[in-house]
Design a protein around this ligand. Structure first.
Ligand SMILES: C[S@@+](CC[C@H](N)C(=O)[O-])C[C@H]1O[C@@H](n2cnc3c(N)ncnc32)[C@H](O)[C@@H]1O
Length: 324
């Protein structure tokens, strides 16, 4: 960031807000940097580094708002607007993105709103900063709207969360094959905005309690709204599933994640399976959907679970397992 020089120079103020905060050793020396991070594993990493974090964004104004956006177009533009709404007069937005997530495109978008923009390229990334005192207000308004909760197929979703513009076809396949006999205490791991949880509650009348575990706080908020009309007891947990669950369950359902950021990460899915196994009671059932090529059967074998494939299509498979 200090690489902005000459007329591009960026004055570093004592106070800064960091949206999508991720820790770095140099941030420790900053007099006051406050992070906001909706994704639990990254929020945990920020906390572990001893940095200050906001659980919820406030209206406080800052001389600098830094952004590490994701690959989602709507989320990135909404975060630009969110940042602008928290700038003091004369304050600046500073964003950094890998080229592979469309950095050039988003730099152009921000310059449409700001006019003048300063940019550097390094390590296959771009960083750019802008003053938004005289920004294009109607464009910013459009971006603000992109960040508001909206409905798809009757469910609340938000930009940037998993499957925010359609029902995931894998989750739909699992919903279509859910056995009605699931009962007692059930958990949904990586529950997203609650599509599978809703299907489970509709299909299985003997469920007493359902616990949703999800890393994305915004998705979990949507799930809270989406499941509000169900009479069963429901727990909503903002949690990194890979760190383990606090309870054991009669059944677990899941569509496990297999991406960390942009990269495919089969180990993340495997970790979900191991946590599911550890959190099932003896005789407990696991139902999961996965892309056909993902090698989860080996984890079920190693865990000693009795398993079978109960359905598949061209892309997905549904595995059903029981803890012996
Ligand atoms: C494939 S999606 C399934 C979402 C939802 N169950 C559905 O069917 O629409 C996987 C979900 O896992 C969440 N996730 C990713 N890593 C996680 C972690 N370490 N702990 C908990 N949830 C995680 C993602 O945010 C995403 O919502």
């Amino acid at each position: 960031m200090l690489a902005f020089e000459g007329e591009d120079a960026l004055e570093i103020p004592a106070r800064a807000l960091f949206l999508g905060a991720e820790p770095h050793a140099t941030l420790k020396a900053w007099p006051m940097i406050v992070g906001w991070q909706p994704f639990k594993p990254r929020a945990d990493a920020w906390d572990k580094a001893g940095l200050t974090r906001l659980e919820k964004l406030t209206d406080e104004k800052w001389p600098l708002v830094m952004i590490l956006p994701s690959k989602s177009r709507d989320e990135t533009l909404a975060w630009f607007a969110m940042a602008r709404d928290r700038l003091e007069p004369g304050g600046r937005i500073l964003a950094a993105m890998p080229n592979t997530t469309g950095a050039a495109r988003f730099e152009k978008e921000l310059s449409r709103a700001a006019g003048n923009i300063f940019s550097i390229q390094k390590h296959k990334c771009r960083a750019f900063h802008a003053l938004l005192d005289h920004a294009d207000e109607s464009l910013l308004n459009e971006w603000r709207v992109l960040g508001e909760p909206r409905k798809i197929s009757g469910f609340w979703v938000e930009a940037g969360i998993f499957s925010s513009d359609h029902i995931d076809p894998g989750s739909q396949l699992l919903a279509d094959h859910l056995p009605a006999h699931l009962h007692g205490n059930v958990a949904d791991l990586g529950a997203g905005w609650g599509f599978l949880s809703d299907a489970v509650l509709n299909r299985c009348p003997k469920i007493v309690r359902l616990d949703l575990f999800e890393a994305d706080a915004r998705a979990l908020e949507c799930a809270r709204r989406n499941l509000a009309s169900h009479p069963q007891e429901i727990g909503f947990h903002w949690q990194d599933v890979t760190t383990g669950l606090p309870n054991t369950y009669d059944a677990i359902v899941m569509n496990p994640p297999f991406h960390t950021g942009q990269a495919t990460d089969v180990d993340l899915g495997r970790a979900f399976l191991r946590v599911a196994f550890a959190s099932l009671k003896r005789g407990g059932k696991l139902l999961l959907v996965a892309n056909r090529q993902l090698p989860y059967e080996a984890v079920l074998e190693t865990s000693g679970m009795a398993w079978r494939k109960i359905a598949e299509d061209k892309v997905y498979k549904i595995l059903s397992a029981e803890k012996r």
